[in-house]
Design a binder for this molecule. Structure first.
Ligand SMILES: C[S@@+](CC[C@H](N)C(=O)[O-])C[C@H]1O[C@@H](n2cnc3c(N)ncnc32)[C@H](O)[C@@H]1O
Length: 424
């Protein structure tokens, strides 16, 4: 199905091309097998599938959010993943090279070590509880921090906000996720919620221990009110707006620009249901039909009607209303979670061989809420052939990785040569 607005269709096609570049350049097959790391990063019950899916979906959300303000990730020269964990999100940005350089930092030594060993296209730094980071002022033009300030007390949070402002060049972009008012309302008892409303901020001990296990004691749970963000973060940043929920589930993405412009309101740029695309899983190779399932629900009573897309083709419109007791169990206090499921089987006839991005958005909107990708093998039905396709896919990405390493080596050699020629 074609979009009526030609400009939107072009933008969409260009976004999909960008997402496919991300998949093609991604060095597949790596994931932190350490169970504790997965728990901290993916959440309770976290596994490799969730790590790949969550990272991919979040990276697509970041790219789409940037497009809302007329930017692409490749517009930025130096990009920092603040609190990168084990590169769950950063690993999907390999395609920005060689135009942009990627950096990650975290306080978790295991996660930083893992990233250094496994992700060779970015530079990782272990940082201390308190700033500074070892970069010069204004070095970064884009910084994002997924689920980081959601864990810091006020003193640490403000110290880090000031540091991120120091590191960002004028007009640079910062994106941070927070637990907003509606999540606070669900989580907090009446007394704590009142305190949250009056102060605009609340920090308390985590109730799900697996997400903070093995981490320093200061790493707990924080909630932010819009007014508070405008008042405090507004000291350093223009607050551009927020994108609520979507793949961030109970969190909101707050969008900031390093600028001395006072912002009086915090516009909601996207108000999305909490959601997951459960199948197809990342990198799967379906036969003639593609089973698709997932869930989506708004925290309030609104119904979630979704458009399912493959690349830039709209393939189905569904209402997320099938019973999902497992989702209701995972999100106690959200009654709409109980009837949030959707599923369908899509014939793949007509889809060419190769990588396809599957994603969904609210009906008649084009902001991707969750995404995965599959490989169309067309006709290669038996297991043996499918295994070969998988191996070729892995070999291709390994080759991309090897080419990258050679490029790096050449770059280092050139730099050394320059240095030697200056010295002698
Ligand atoms: C829930 S995890 C999210 C990791 C990663 N952003 C992701 O989305 O996969 C939060 C991360 O923030 C890191 N973190 C917490 N405080 C930090 C700080 N002051 N500086 C750097 N990283 C921090 C933790 O170590 C942890 O890896």
């Amino acid at each position: 199905m074609k979009l009526e607005d030609g400009r939107t269709a072009r933008t969409l096609q260009s976004s999909v091309r960008e997402w496919r570049r991300s998949v093609r350049s991604h060095s597949a097959g790596l994931s932190p097998s350490d169970h504790k790391l997965l728990q901290q990063i993916v959440g309770p019950g976290g596994d490799e599938t969730g790590y790949f899916y969550g990272g991919f979906t979040t990276s697509i959300g970041i790219r789409a959010a940037l497009r809302l303000i007329g930017k692409r990730i490749t517009d930025f020269k130096h990009i920092l993943d603040f609190g990168c964990g084990s590169a769950r999100v950063l690993r999907w940005f390999q395609d920005v090279q060689p135009r942009s350089e990627l950096y990650g930092c975290d306080i978790n030594e295991d996660a930083v070590d893992w990233s250094k060993k496994n992700i060779h296209f970015a530079e990782f730094t272990l940082n201390e509880k308190l700033p500074p980071l070892p970069y010069t002022a204004g070095f970064f033009d884009f910084i994002y921090g997924i689920s980081v300030v959601t864990h810091l007390d006020e003193e640490l949070q403000l110290a880090w906000l000031e540091e991120l402002a120091r590191l960002t060049r004028t007009d640079g972009i910062v994106m941070l996720t927070v637990h907003g008012r509606d999540t606070a309302e669900k989580d907090l008892n009446a007394e704590d919620y009142q305190e949250f409303l009056s102060r605009g901020f609340l920090y308390r001990r985590a109730t799900t221990l697996s997400t903070v296990e093995g981490l320093p004691d200061f790493y707990q749970v924080a909630y932010h009110e819009n007014e508070y963000i405008l008042r405090t973060w507004g000291q350093w940043f223009e607050v551009i707006g927020s994108i609520r929920h979507g793949a961030m589930w109970r969190q909101e993405l707050i969008f900031l620009r390093k600028r001395k412009t006072q912002t009086l309101t915090l516009p909601v740029l996207g108000d999305l249901p909490l959601c997951v695309l459960g199948a197809p899983t990342i990198g799967s190779a379906p036969d003639a039909e593609l089973p698709i399932h997932g869930w989506a629900f708004y925290p309030d009573q609104r119904a979630a009607e979704l458009d399912i897309w493959i690349d830039s083709t709209l393939v189905a419109r569904v209402r997320a209303s099938l019973p999902r007791p497992d989702v209701a169990e995972a999100f106690p206090g959200y009654p709409t979670a109980l009837a949030s499921g959707f599923e369908l089987i899509l014939p793949l006839k007509g889809f060419t061989r190769g990588i396809h991005i599957i994603w969904f958005a609210l009906a008649d909107k084009h902001f991707p809420m969750a995404a995965s990708h599959f490989i169309r093998t067309e006709g290669l039905v038996d297991d043996f052939r499918r295994a070969i396709t998988g191996a070729v896919y892995r070999a291709r990405t390994a080759t991309a990785e090897a080419v990258y390493r050679v490029r790096c080596a050449i770059r280092v050699r050139t730099r050394l040569r320059r240095l030697f020629s200056k010295l002698f």
